[in-house]
Design a protein around this ligand. Structure first.
Ligand code: ADP
Ligand code: ADP
Length: 228
């Protein structure tokens, strides 16, 4: 479970996140939806504490991240796998090398890293492309590599920030299918940040609607989105 308690973050005069309290239950696909500039990315960075809030508490799986020092925080952050819109893959490395990267930082032995990377690539349907260069892959395939990399460190939460925004509808649908499987088969909580209501409608169990840095609505999808 992820819980935000009265979390605020400002940049100069801009209040990007304004006193947000939110509970995201484990095991769900949970959407955070709102227009550009609403504060979604800032919320994402506060959940994994890439940035610390000015005030409030962030608790993930009973660990209060906001109470940790930087060293403990780096370890705790591994509970949360991040998938980015702009993929953030290294062109200088192979597909497998990119996935292994997540495990090099903590000194996982080479053989274990390779096996884990292969498992994750199999999971996302790219088991046969491990030796390929990043530039040889389509956008959708690169996104799958990003997902495999995020999963490699065995997180409990997969946090996706506009990860399908740069993809065409068909590729988006296949990536959403993959998220659905990751949620159903691996039991991960999937936190989807998006400006696309259709994405939320197609796979989220619950969602929070963000406007001007505040959560204006949250809960089961049927309660958040009123369809006529
Ligand atoms: P969204 O992801 O919903 O588009 P963001 O969280 O990126 O929204 O931004 C929310 C607000 O905070 C915007 O007004 C944005 O310009 C501002 N903002 C976000 N990050 C920064 C930053 N690093 N420095 C200054 N302003 C920022
Ligand atoms: P996104 O909304 O997906 O984060 P953006 O292109 O709006 O994408 O922002 C890219 C990066 O720039 C983010 O890390 C964000 O925090 C930062 N950023 C956004 N708005 C501002 C701003 N007004 N001043 C400084 N940095 C910003």
């Amino acid at each position: 479970m992820i819980s935000l308690e009265h979390v605020s973050k400002r940049y100069g005069d801009i209040v990007a996140v304004d006193d947000v309290s939110l509970t995201i239950p484990s095991g769900q696909v949970y959407g955070i939806v709102g227009q550009s500039g609403a504060g979604k990315s800032t919320l994402a960075r506060l959940v994994n504490l890439i940035e610390r809030p000015d005030s409030g508490r962030v608790v993930v799986d009973d660990v209060e991240l906001t109470a940790l020092n930087d060293t403990d925080l780096r370890a705790a952050r591994r509970r949360i796998g991040m998938v980015f819109q702009r993929f953030n893959l290294l062109n200088s490395r192979t597909v497998r090398g990119n996935v292994e990267l997540a495990l090099e930082i903590d000194g996982t032995p080479r053989a274990r890293r390779q096996a884990r990377a292969q498992d994750m690539l199999d999971l996302v349907g790219l088991g046969h492309r491990g030796d390929a260069g990043i530039h040889e892959l389509s956008g959708g395939q690169q996104q799958r590599v990003g997902i495999a990399r995020a999963l490699a460190a065995n997180p409990t939460v997969l946090l996706s920030d506009e990860a399908t925004s740069a993809l065409d509808p068909e590729t988006t649908a296949s990536i959403l299918d993959l998220y659905r499987r990751i949620n159903a088969e691996l039991g991960l909580t999937v936190l989807l940040i998006t400006h696309e209501m259709d994405v939320v409608k197609s796979i989220c169990h619950s969602a929070a609607l963000v406007e001007h840095g505040r959560v204006v609505e949250s809960g089961r999808l049927t309660d958040v989105i009123r369809t006529p």
